[in-house]
Every structure is written in C-alpha cells, then in structure tokens.
Design a protein around this ligand. Structure first.
Ligand SMILES: [Cu+2]
Length: 167
C-alpha cells in the first residue's frame, strides 16, 4: 500500500463512518393520535364541503330574474339556446346569464350576446345575469348571434346561435 492508497482508504472509512452517524433519526411524533385524527377529519370535511358546494353551484340553474324575458345562458360549454325566434318590430327583452365563475382564465367568466347586423352587443359578468332590450328589425330574416369573449369566440360553433325574425 502506498501512502496515497492508505490516505484514500482512510477517507473511505471516514465517509462510511459519517454515513452511519448521519443515519436518519426517528423524530418523535409532533401530535398525539386523536388530535391528528381530528385535524384530518376537519380538513376532509372542509375540502369535501367546499367541493360539494362548487359542484352544486355549478349544477344549479339560476332562476330567471325576469320571466318575461328571453333567456340566454353562457358557459364554457357554449351559448344556450342556440336558436331564438322573435317577431319583426317587436321590443325584445333578453336576459343574459353567465354560469361561469370569475376564475376562468379564458374570459374571466364573462359572456356576450352579439349580433353584428343589429348593433347588439350585450355582455354579462361571471355568475350574474342582466336584462337587456332591443327592437327586432322590421324585415324578417335570420341573424347570427355569438359570444366573442371566450373559447375561440365566433369560430367556436357552440358560441354561436341563430336569431330568426318572423313576420
Ligand atoms: Cu362566451
């Protein structure tokens, strides 16, 4: 064994020794059993409750504030209904509802009811509804309404509907 070999060997031994010393200690439990269980239960109930609340909120169809108004709902799954019929020259009340929360990165929960030819551009914020009014054109025809805020806007077939004006 050369001196260098011996030194290397010694280092190796020292490293092994250090590893033994550095073996993980078993830490004493921070909390007693029942307390941990209670804490766990509180967390589970809290998270579970919040999740159920979110789902229920999502599934609940908002009650129309104005029953006499045409109802249009916007969500990430599209505009609903996708077809509306009004009479020529009629003053139309339209209630636009957004079912989405403000946490959507795409549009922040806002939706729109836009008809280019009629100069209509109604917008509604997250989880709210608003009643708008417009006068239908006097000539019958079919117009396209759409939401251009989210999900690819007008190019998205679920964000488009047809407004039929009858005589
Ligand atoms: Cu939209």
């Amino acid at each position: 064994m050369t001196r260098r070999d011996r030194t290397a060997h010694f280092d190796l031994e020292r490293m092994r020794a250090r590893q033994v010393v550095a073996a993980p200690e078993v830490k004493p439990r921070a909390r007693s059993g029942p307390l941990r269980l209670a804490l766990f239960a509180v967390i589970v109930l809290g998270v579970g409750g919040a999740a159920i609340g979110l789902v229920a909120n999502r599934l609940a169809t908002p009650v129309a504030a104005d029953a006499s108004a045409l109802q249009v709902r916007g969500s990430m799954s599209g505009l609903e209904p996708m077809a509306l019929t009004v009479k020529a020259g009629q003053v139309v009340k339209l209630e636009l509802t957004s079912l989405d929360t403000p946490f959507h990165s795409d549009g922040g929960g806002w939706h729109q009811f836009k008809v280019d030819e009629l100069g209509i551009d109604f917008k509604v914020g997250p989880e709210s509804s608003e009643v708008f009014e417009f006068t239908a054109p006097t000539t019958p025809g079919t117009y396209t309404y759409y939401c251009d805020i989210c999900c690819g806007g007008k190019e998205n077939p679920t964000m488009v509907g047809s407004l039929t004006v009858t005589a």
